[in-house]
Design a protein around this ligand. Structure first.
Ligand SMILES: NC(=O)c1ccc[n+]([C@@H]2O[C@H](COP(=O)([O-])OP(=O)(O)OC[C@H]3O[C@@H](n4cnc5c(N)ncnc54)[C@H](OP(=O)(O)O)[C@@H]3O)[C@@H](O)[C@H]2O)c1
Length: 249
């Protein structure tokens, strides 16, 4: 895959206000990106970034599940060359006996259907601008199901699958498509997870290094790197190991 420079890019980042999305936005700006469309539900949450980086940050109001807002943001962000589908939710619940279906649907809306709709709006833009790139935020939980995050894992598997299809379909228009598979990252989303976590800043820089190097599957932290290696050697062994952990409690 060809390499690309962040400093040549105009980026569009969903969920740019906190967690990994904010860290990606800041890392893009520090690497000299031409412009970042910071797509967020509340544009006031990125006012400090505008204060620091000036008109290289363009806040846009976007709830990723709102099709009209997706179309409206695409209409103003026609110079985008790097789309980062980062916004996500992990709602969870008890898969077997609990009331989890509404949460599972919402996870699918935000983590899968939204990147799909955003892709449909931005694929023609990327084509017009020479190809560009798409970064989809999956998770190691999208490669093998973590039963305690069962429905979240399913939504991340769905976006992993979407990533594979997009890569195949957009190759002809010279769009590079990257799948990102983090382990535990120290953000609001993972605050209930009692494991060693990597900082969002480390993860953001590893993602951008991967984009610049043309690394198709990006494992942006030490836990993910180990997991990814094991998964690539034997997906079934990883599945059995995760099931064993659940059975041991
Ligand atoms: N943290 C981890 O351990 C981890 C591991 C693997 C993958 N990931 C993935 O990395 C991505 C970022 O996660 P994070 O840890 O940074 O989570 P986070 O701190 O909880 O932040 C989630 C971001 O998504 C935005 N968002 C949620 N629903 C949205 C909607 N309907 N429309 C627009 N924006 C919405 C949030 O905006 P608001 O502020 O408006 O709510 C926020 O900016 C997610 O896709 C997540 O699944 C995280």
């Amino acid at each position: 895959m060809q390499t690309r420079k962040i400093s040549d890019s105009v980026a569009f980042v969903t969920g740019a206000n906190r967690g990994i999305g904010r860290a990606i936005t800041e890392a893009l700006l520090e690497r000299g990106v031409q412009k970042v469309y910071a797509a967020v539900r509340d544009t006031g949450t990125v006012g400090d970034l505008v204060g620091r980086y000036g008109d290289r940050v363009v806040p846009l109001a976007l709830d990723v599940t709102d099709a009209a807002q997706v179309a409206a943001t695409a209409a103003v962000a026609g110079d985008t060359t790097l789309l980062v589908n980062n916004a996500g939710v992990a709602l969870g619940g008890d898969l077997v006996s609990g009331d989890i279906v509404a949460n599972a649907r919402q996870e699918m809306e935000v983590n899968y259907f939204a990147p799909l709709e955003i892709l449909q709006s931005f694929a023609p833009i990327l084509k017009t601008n020479g190809g560009g790139g798409v970064v989809n935020m999956s998770s190691i939980a999208g490669l093998s199901n973590f039963a305690m995050l069962a429905t979240y894992s399913a939504s991340k598997a769905a976006v992993h699958s979407l990533t594979q299809a997009t890569r195949a379909l957009l190759a002809a228009q010279n769009t590079a498509v990257f799948g990102v598979y983090p382990g535990p990252v120290d953000t609001d989303m993972a605050k209930g997870i009692d494991m060693e976590k990597t900082s969002p800043q480390h993860v953001a820089n590893a993602i951008l290094d991967g984009v610049e190097a043309g690394t198709t599957d990006i494992y942006p932290d030490p836990f993910a790197e180990g997991f990814g290696q094991q998964f690539e050697d034997s997906p079934r062994a990883v599945e059995k190991q995760l099931a064993g952990m659940v059975q041991q409690g």
